[in-house]
Design a protein around this ligand. Structure first.
Ligand code: 8DG
Ligand code: MN
Ligand code: MN
Length: 362
């Protein structure tokens, strides 16, 4: 169990990447859970800005070194303004937040929440389906205007809802390692996402794959997907390709809206993978990185989403640099790539204290 440095300038910052955040907050758990309900409702409602301010406040409360005891104490935290402060006051006096209770009891939010969990469905489509009067996944399947990806997402809904234990993930990783390394022994295969951050249960498996030879890396996605299909592991490709500006037109709009801030130039295939021991379809996100972009790809795909967001903001606003999964760049004209050799290198160049993957859970 790690007790971290309580230096206030380290903890009290608007950049979550500057401080370690463990998986389970020590204090303020109850309050955090209630604020998360409101944050999610804002997202479902399309109030992204508002959701973001909740996320900053939640992240700060997760690392706060004791339980908040007063409104005044809460307001000293960067990211907690009068609105969220008032919710905290409600919590301190009543033990709950009325708005969060209302949301939890609301049939509308329960339905929107379910729809938004469908692969390929963004908050916008979730709201559209709700407005059409659909109440269940079954009803959505009868919608005459479904895209191919939405139909797949609906069909795979039950399987994709099932969380994967670390053992489930290990089973799939073993297969990926065996199949890919038989073809390309020098391939590097790194599990990222929530699994790398130490989560006990994951919604999907995210894997970054690279190869020291750039020419091999160029064909890696095609070769890997082909062999996984041939061996019967891959059931569907949910998304395949490079969602760069060039072929953005071909990306289903739902994918863009649900992955808005996370598009990069790396080759990727989001696929439905059959887990042999359970026969459950699992979402596996395969990301291919050229060797020179391997460190940034691993950093960019480890998450959490808020951790990534804060690195990008920090790089842009404090360093005049751009961080993306496909590289670190100096914002000069023309934009210049900064060479990096490891994940640690990226932290060093940006001047961010090293944060272990298990401590990126903001
Ligand atoms: P879980 O729900 O899968 O258990 O948690 P997670 O692993 O943290 O969430 P995730 O949705 O699988 O996302 C993993 C990380 O990958 C997260 O930090 C955000 C990042 N990410 C995507 N999509 C994309 C993308 O298209 N480009 C880039 N660069 N990053 C992405 O989820
Ligand atoms: Mn994941
Ligand atoms: Mn993923």
């Amino acid at each position: 169990d790690m007790e971290f440095d309580l230096d206030p300038c380290f903890i009290n910052t608007k950049y979550e990447c500057l401080r370690p955040t463990p998986l389970k907050p020590k204090y303020n758990q109850c309050l955090v859970e209630l604020l998360e309900v409101i944050e999610h409702a804002r997202e479902l409602n399309g109030e992204e800005r508002n959701a973001l301010s909740y996320r900053h406040a939640i992240a700060a409360l997760k690392v706060y070194p004791r339980n908040i005891e007063s409104y005044a104490e809460a307001r000293k935290i960067i990211g907690i303004g009068p609105k969220i402060g008032n919710h905290i006051k409600e919590f301190l006096t009543t033990g709950t937040i009325p708005e969060a209770e209302e949301i939890n009891a609301s049939e509308k939010y329960q339905t929107l929440d379910i729809f938004s969990r469908v692969y390929g469905v963004g908050y916008k489509t979730a709201r559209k389906w709700y407005q059409k009067g659909y109440k269940s996944i079954r009803e959505c399947m009868k919608d005459p205007y479904l895209t191919h990806v939405q139909r797949l997402g609906l069909e795979l809904f039950d399987d994709f809802q099932k969380k994967m234990s670390r053992q489930d993930i290990q089973e799939i990783l073993d297969i990926l390692n065996k199949v890919i390394k038989t073809m390309y022994p020098d391939c590097m295969i790194t599990p990222v996402g929530g699994y790398r951050r130490g989560k006990e249960f994951s919604g999907d498996l995210d894997v970054v794959v690279s190869h020291p030879q750039e020419t091999v890396a160029n064909n890696l996605l095609k070769d890997i997907v082909e062999i996984l299909i041939n061996k019967g592991h891959l059931k569907h490709k949910l998304f395949y390709g490079q969602p760069s500006a060039k072929n953005k037109k071909d990306v289903p709009s739902e994918l863009i809206s649900s992955h808005k801030n996370i598009m990069d130039n790396l080759d990727k295939c989001f696929c439905a993978f059959i887990q042999p021991s359970t026969q459950i379809c699992r979402q596996v996100d395969l990301i291919i990185a050229p060797y020179s972009q391997y460190p940034t790809a691993v950093l960019g795909w480890t998450g959490s989403k808020q951790f990534e967001r804060s690195i990008r903001n920090f790089a842009k606003k404090e360093r005049k640099m751009t961080f993306a999964s496909h590289g670190l760049f100096l914002n000069v004209v023309p934009r210049r790539r900064v060479c990096v050799t490891s994940e640690k290198d990226v932290f060093d160049i940006l001047g961010i204290p090293w944060v272990e993957p298990e401590m990126r859970n903001c």
